[in-house]
Design a protein around this ligand. Structure first.
Ligand SMILES: Cc1cc2nc3c(=O)[nH]c(=O)nc-3n(C[C@H](O)[C@H](O)[C@H](O)COP(=O)(O)OP(=O)(O)OC[C@H]3O[C@@H](n4cnc5c(N)ncnc54)[C@H](O)[C@@H]3O)c2cc1C
Length: 384
């Protein structure tokens, strides 16, 4: 039986979905709006649940090969350098950090080049009796293609979501701004990975392959769209006097490569599937980065979607996918929205209480909180 799927978006979610579907015998076409897969971007970290999903999709070894263990999940410092909690080897599970471009390249290798169309922006979705027709713009030409399944993996501003669920609310600004950067190779090395908790500001660093270090600074910001003449200078200003190696990491970062993002998330959606269309990743459940789970959840989604579609007809499989994924991802989404209300509070009182509690509870509490997120077993994605 030849079953055809269209995947909108070639981010981590779309590529993982394509890999899962190809693995289970589907013919897949990926439509990606960007003219080419981006080399830019920054780093991110992945928890054990994401690694299990990557293993189930058959890409775990390559995932590990482009990643570096980081202690940032269980090492928390104050701006003066004092440790609130410290990673304990043998007890704490390290996260794996990699550069977005490296991971995207690894995943894209598993999708045949002639099935991945860049410069193709999905603009319309129409259910027909026995298929779903997708309209897309390719180099100024409008084209259509029909398949048995459409996976909307086109990110937080998903065109697929707007087409199929026109009444869902727009993404919500969470009063958070995030800067990210990557150091020049070998300039500050080794770095084990840590987070530093200031009042209304959180800095973090992860080692990457090639002796690079990825860092981020998240801060409170009341309105979206605030711009700075020099982002790196603003990060330096906000972390002035903070402990080593923060100044060295900033000094080793090319200023033109610093990224700035206003942080939005989505309210929980009433459904992730309708007819022959499924939403996945940020298109379904964009969340703040505070639990570092957005991409991890996209990998979980892709695994469950492929597993369900390998054993059941589309309608049944999508209903099962919706049932399985909505509860878990919306729990994580809610936690990711609540977390910065406390941990990024600018209130001196809240900051004092939160840091005192963290110091006292140390990594035991963090471990239990993480275990709730990370304890996830993937379904088997049988190769067909
Ligand atoms: C500052 C920050 C830090 C983060 N850190 C982490 C972390 O450490 N760990 C973690 O797990 N997650 C993290 N996340 C979350 C993570 O980045 C996202 O959850 C993840 O990238 C979602 O992947 P996706 O494939 O669903 O969407 P995206 O990565 O947004 O990909 C969507 C793709 O669809 C394409 N597209 C868009 N519209 C169309 C269209 N109409 N037609 C065709 N193509 C289209 C886009 O060009 C893009 O390639 C972080 C997020 C932010 C903002």
């Amino acid at each position: 039986m030849n079953r055809e799927a269209i995947v909108a978006g070639a981010g981590i979610g779309g590529l993982a979905a394509a890999i899962g579907l190809l693995r289970t015998g589907w013919t897949v076409t990926v439509l990606e709006r960007a003219p080419k897969l981006e080399e830019a971007g920054a780093g991110w970290s992945f928890a054990p649940n994401a690694l299990r999903a990557a293993d189930a999709l058959g890409v775990g070894e390559e995932f590990r090969a482009c990643s570096v263990p980081t202690e940032a999940g269980a090492t928390m410092r104050l701006p003066g350098g004092e440790y609130l909690m410290r990673f304990q080897p043998g007890t704490d599970a390290p996260l794996l950090a990699n550069h977005r471009a490296d991971l995207q390249r690894v995943l894209a290798r598993h999708v045949p080049a002639d099935r991945l169309h860049t410069g193709a922006e999905v603009t319309g979705v129409q259910e027909t009796g026995d298929g779903v027709t997708v309209t897309y713009v390719d180099g100024g030409d409008t084209r259509t293609t029909t398949a048995d399944l459409l996976v909307g993996a086109d990110g937080i501003h998903s065109a697929v979501r707007r087409q199929v669920w026109p009444d869902t609310p727009e993404p919500i600004f969470q009063r958070i701004l995030c800067w990210r950067g990557v150091t020049e190779p070998g300039s500050v090395w080794p770095v084990n990975g840590f987070q530093t908790w200031g009042r209304g500001a959180r800095f973090g660093a992860h080692p990457l392959t090639g002796e690079r270090v990825f860092w981020f600074l998240t801060v409170r910001q009341e309105e979206p769209g605030r711009r700075y003449d020099d982002d790196l200078a603003e990060v330096r200003r906000r972390t002035r006097g903070w402990h080593d190696p923060i100044p060295a990491l900033l000094a080793a970062t090319p200023s033109e490569q610093v990224l700035r993002h206003d942080i939005y998330d989505l309210d929980p959606l009433p459904a992730y599937a309708a007819g022959r269309t499924a939403l996945l990743g940020d298109a379904a459940h964009a969340m703040t980065p505070f639990l570092a789970q957005g991409a991890c959840q996209a990998l979980e989604d892709a695994t469950v979607l492929a597993a369900e579609l390998s054993v059941a007809p589309v309608a049944e499989a999508l209903a099962a996918y919706d049932r399985t994924r909505r509860h878990r991802t919306q729990q994580v989404q809610r936690m990711a929205r609540t977390d910065p209300k406390l941990t990024l509070s600018t209130s001196p009182f809240t900051y004092r209480i939160m840091t005192a509690m963290t110091r006292r509870a140390s990594s035991g509490v963090a471990r239990r909180k993480s275990a709730r997120l990370w304890d996830w077993t993937p379904p088997v994605v049988e190769v067909r």
